[in-house]
Design a protein around this ligand. Sequence first.
Ligand SMILES: Nc1ncnc2c1ncn2[C@@H]1O[C@H](COP(=O)(O)OP(=O)(O)OP(=O)(O)O)[C@@H](O)[C@H]1O
Length: 276
Amino acid sequence: MSLLQVQEVSHTYRKNRLFGSTRQQPPILSNISFSVDEGVCLGLLGSSGAGKSTLGKVILGLEKPQQGKIIFMGHDMYSMNATARRKIRRDLQVVFQDCYSAVNPRMCAEQIIGEPLSNYNSMSSLEQKRAIGELLERVGLQAADMVKYPHQFSGGQLQRINIARAIALNPKLIVLDEPISSLDMVNQSQILALLHDLKLSFGLSYLFITHDIKAAYALSDRLAVMDQGELVGQFENKESIFTSSHPAVKLLLQSVLAEHPRARKIKSVKAECRAL
Ligand SMILES: Nc1ncnc2c1ncn2[C@@H]1O[C@H](COP(=O)(O)OP(=O)(O)OP(=O)(O)O)[C@@H](O)[C@H]1O
């Protein structure tokens, strides 16, 4: 059984107007269906404005879709009561692009990573401290870093704190919403390597939302492409993305060529993707 099923999801934001009436906007998501199996990373690609983050919010339970269903671990996310949804939410975590706004600047790393643990577990404070130290070491930082505040970390280090918080409850699925886009090249590949390692160690599944085909190819087992709110391609075998004739997919492949002017052919695009 699939861990996550997105079933015929359509969504439109409603724009507020004066005097309380609302105006219908064009659809942001149109009839999207796909699934994510256990232990699999699905890379969800698309250019800016394609609707990727909106779909991420819908999956996380933050934006109720006007049509369709989100089935997570066999449960319909939007028809559960609050208690049942809270229980299941521990298995569904998120890492956002902006590592700084994802944390409370007045909380130290121990408090940031400890938040989900205190919300869901009943550990003694000593056990919790030990768990936080282990999580920090698991993401490549030191247990002693738990006393530091967000401004005392680099962007890459702070994203590691966000990842530690996301894995703290040993979830089944993590939505990674552009988790490396605001990092430099070195940090990008280090964080991708860390995410790959954590996936294997904990049997995690990822929905990796990104516009970066090289990063998606590096981390994902399967790929899907969105364009203007529609899912325009699903690639069970990620290699088959290189032979897609869909214009939106071709545009993503061309972005690699633009970055690497000497790479003129699809063969060179593949080589660039594999090099990350
Ligand atoms: N809260 C909102 N209210 C109204 N429109 C919104 C809202 N959030 C996003 N949109 C619109 O929905 C469309 C899709 O945005 P979304 O952020 O989902 O795309 P995206 O593929 O994640 O793009 P990017 O990679 O640039 O973040 C855009 O046209 C955006 O302006």
